[in-house]
Design a protein around this ligand. Sequence first.
Ligand SMILES: [Zn+2]
Length: 267
Amino acid sequence: MFRASSNRWRWPHALVAAYALWCWLDALWLDAPYGYDLAAGIVVAGALAWATFAMRLQGMAPAICRVRGDTRQIFLTFDDGPDPATTPAVLGILARHDAHATFFLLGEKVEAHPELTRELCARGHTVAIHGYRHSWKSFLTPRRAKDSIVRAREVVRAATGRAPIFFRPPYGVVTPATAIALAVTGMRLVGWTIRSWDTVGWNSPDAILARVVERLSPGAIVLLHDAPERAGARAPCGPAILERLLTAIVESGLDAVGLDEAALLEL
Ligand SMILES: [Zn+2]
């Protein structure tokens, strides 16, 4: 049976952040010397940044970053699609290896390519959402964050007849606004165990593949991309390494599957 690695609030992190914030405000109220205000402010900013950018620390919201249990399964995830220029090749490679994955889709691309979204479902992959647009603006306020999630969820529902339950925010950034939007919409936050960095240019595809392969382990969630985040953005090398990655997965005795909505919902 599945068990997500951590599906509860990590209260110590929230308490540390709250304590730092309180110290800062108290220093301001006490009219403490400037250096104390500054130091406390840096601690507050650091605590917030820590919780915002490191989803696995669960500082803002509970996130599924690994699936534990008696399993030989591994969970490939693809962000930023669907894109008719790149996604069909990914689907073809997955089918050849009898593998399944989870796709974190952008609402505006689903709207543009509903047939491709339906094909993802028809092929047995798990469909999840990555927000309506790939924009940092979507995590500025709770209302914007909620609207992005709800809009993406609705276009996927309109295209496939199924409402997704998993959400991964653009850039993996979880702000307080994102956390509130998750609570309001009931979506489950999904992070990753292995980040491939397949959209950055400083590593060769071979180096990226080697980095992912050496970290393969049962229950790991692997972050890949099947499309550039928007037209003109750098094309990810995830599709180019997928064939060799799936071979390595099989050689490791692992089975690539999609995240199981029914099993993970019960957590
Ligand atoms: Zn993305």
